[in-house]
Design a protein around this ligand. Structure first.
Ligand code: KG4
Ligand code: ZN
Length: 345
């Protein structure tokens, strides 16, 4: 069975063809990063206009890379939310048009569930209950998977998402956008213990908060810049300080993500530990979650980096499994900018 996946929740126009919910025959991601970099972040109106220009060519490219015809698709899976509403609407409208024209089932997918299913592309069976940390620009969710399609949120962020905090700190340090990869690259030259940044935790909760360390960095950076020997951010003699701040902030974010996830997985009696979302591309986070899983004696899964950041193969995978479980959605299904995957315990 071939599923055409479509993902346009933020600033990536993506389409993919996936066989039986597992084998990625093609995955095309047209990033708008260059377009938004000049603004230092995603501009929603600009993103939806670019999605409109790109959606049909991207779908055509995905079909051609998979050496498949549109008429061979057995189902269309599309992101329903959460995300930018104008962006979501472009993908949803295209998906409805394809489903209607082909008389094939349409299945609406939660973006966060898509990230979870990136773990099962190219093999493997889900072992429930499982715990998955989904860390991205919009989410820092500890997802409990009781059984396929049945979720609870064990912890989420009370303010910024992990990726959002990395993006903001990178901007502050003059490292550019998107910030996660920039912080990771810069941190390689720095000392992760140069600055002791705060880690937030809430009694009786696995929730995160990244605004504390972010504000601490802002104060620290102001002080750095005021001191006589430092120049403009990211340049000259300031370079060493930037790397130390980047490394210390990365350490604080990773430490919180891993610590809370480890505790949540132990508490929930997980049988496997998963990692997903754009921030899961981060090598330090991958190493630390793998180590936490090993300590707990759990199998660990994490998608390859190209399936961590937003893509449509993960939407096709989640859509395929949802279709088997609950059947298709009707063609009047809506999109939602806020669409919680599940209730928070
Ligand atoms: O999953 P994703 O592509 O989009 C959302 O659903 O938000 O995640 C994007 C986020 C951005 O905040 C980006 O800075 C972060 O993932 N990111 C990283 C890395 N690569 C992307 N964060 C840390 N280290 C990375 N290597
Ligand atoms: Zn995402």
């Amino acid at each position: 069975m071939l599923t055409l996946g479509i993902e346009t929740s933020c600033d990536e126009t993506a389409a993919a063809v996936v066989r039986d919910g597992r084998a990625v025959l093609s995955s095309v991601v047209a990033s708008q990063a260059d377009l938004h970099a000049q603004f230092g972040g995603v501009v929603p109106e600009v993103a939806s206009r670019r999605h409109m220009e790109l959606i049909c060519p991207v779908v055509e490219q995905a079909l051609s890379q998979a050496q498949a015809q549109l008429g061979q698709m057995d189902a269309i899976a599309v992101t329903q939310g959460p995300g930018l509403i104008g962006s979501l609407l472009v993908g949803m409208s295209a998906a409805k048009a394809y489903a209607y024209a082909l008389r094939k089932p349409l299945v609406a997918v939660n973006h966060v569930e898509g990230h979870v299913y990136a773990n099962y592309l190219n093999g493997g069976e889900m072992q429930c209950p499982a715990v998955c940390l989904v860390a991205s620009g919009g989410h820092s969710d500890i997802v409990f998977i009781e059984q396929p399609g049945v979720y609870k949120i064990l912890g989420w962020t009370r303010d910024d998402a992990a990726g959002e905090a990395l993006d903001k700190v990178a901007r502050l340090l003059g490292l550019g956008w998107p910030g996660g990869p920039a912080i990771e690259a810069c941190a390689k030259e720095g000392d992760a213990h140069a600055f002791d940044l705060p880690r937030a935790s809430f009694p009786g909760s696995f929730d995160f908060s990244f605004s504390g360390p972010k504000t601490a960095v802002a104060r620290l950076w102001q002080a750095c810049r005021r001191s006589a020997e430092l120049g403009a951010p990211g340049e000259g003699p300031c370079r060493g300080a930037v790397a130390d701040v980047a490394a210390s902030f990365q350490e604080a974010v990773v430490d919180a993500l891993v610590g809370h996830t480890r505790k949540a997985a132990a508490w929930a009696g997980a049988r496997e530990l998963l990692l997903a979302g754009g921030v899961a591309s981060n090598a330090l986070l991958r190493q630390r979650v793998a180590a936490a899983a090993a300590e707990l004696g759990l199998p660990f899964r994490c998608p390859p980096t190209w399936l961590c950041t937003d893509n449509a193969a993960m939407i096709a995978a989640a859509g395929y499994h949802a279709l088997q479980r609950r059947g298709p959605d009707s063609l009047d299904v809506d999109t939602f900018s806020a669409l919680p995957l599940a209730q928070h315990i």
